[in-house]
Write a protein that binds this ligand. Structure first.
Ligand SMILES: C[S@@+](CC[C@H](N)C(=O)[O-])C[C@H]1O[C@@H](n2cnc3c(N)ncnc32)[C@H](O)[C@@H]1O
Length: 186
């Protein structure tokens, strides 16, 4: 499949999702972690793991959240980096960015900045980011090497990459599933 076709499938699939269920967030994050996250972001969580439990986020970091979705990880990261740091919440869907911005407003965070962009072409200067975080997003790209090259470009030397994601081996699923267009988004 052409990479633009994959992108269209992913855009359409995520554009159609409004809210899901609180169950995803409560399966992956502790009630203590979620205590300061607005319900709207909890209900919209589409995470695949809790990378932030392992991410060493320091106060004052500039963090880039690739594919912020409803904003749960951007909110958690913004609280941890504090007012001296900031989170750039990137997504290619404007409706996701609106949800993240609204969730940040709801809890009074002014260090979350949204950025409409594709993760394959991040419109940020090189070495401008301390920490890239991403949850369940890189697997959706038809150009994963390009995404990782972009992460390496924007990260400062010694910067950190904390990712939760899905992988699949050729032998793990039957070919008719692996080559089905909907598999990209699912
Ligand atoms: C599975 S959701 C994860 C959202 C969020 N990280 C979470 O854990 O709830 C994937 C998100 O990545 C965004 N996305 C997918 N492909 C993208 C791309 N090529 N560039 C930027 N954002 C993308 C989608 O719009 C969606 O918001």
């Amino acid at each position: 499949m052409h990479s633009d076709d994959v992108k269209d499938i992913v855009r359409e699939a995520y554009g159609a999702i409004d809210s899901s269920t609180e169950a995803v967030a409560y399966k992956l994050y502790s009630p203590e972690e979620l205590a300061g996250v607005p319900r709207s972001a909890i209900e919209r969580a589409l995470d695949v793991g809790n990378h932030l439990a392992f991410a060493d986020i320091e106060r004052g970091e500039t963090i880039l959240d690739l594919g912020c979705g409803g904003g749960i990880d951007s909110i958690l990261a913004a609280q941890r980096t504090g007012p001296g740091g900031r989170v750039i919440a990137l997504d290619f869907l404007p409706e996701m960015l609106e949800r993240t911005a609204a969730a940040a407003d709801e809890v009074g965070l002014d260090n979350v900045q949204t950025l409409e962009a594709e993760m394959e072409a991040i419109p940020l200067p090189e070495a401008s980011i301390d920490h890239v975080i991403s949850n369940g997003v890189i697997n959706l790209s038809p150009r994963k090497r390009r995404v990782l090259a972009e992460c390496a470009r924007v990260l400062r030397p010694g910067g950190k990459l904390s990712v939760a994601d899905l992988t699949v081996g050729d032998e793990e699923l039957p070919p008719e599933i692996l080559t089905h267009p909907a598999t990209w988004a699912g």
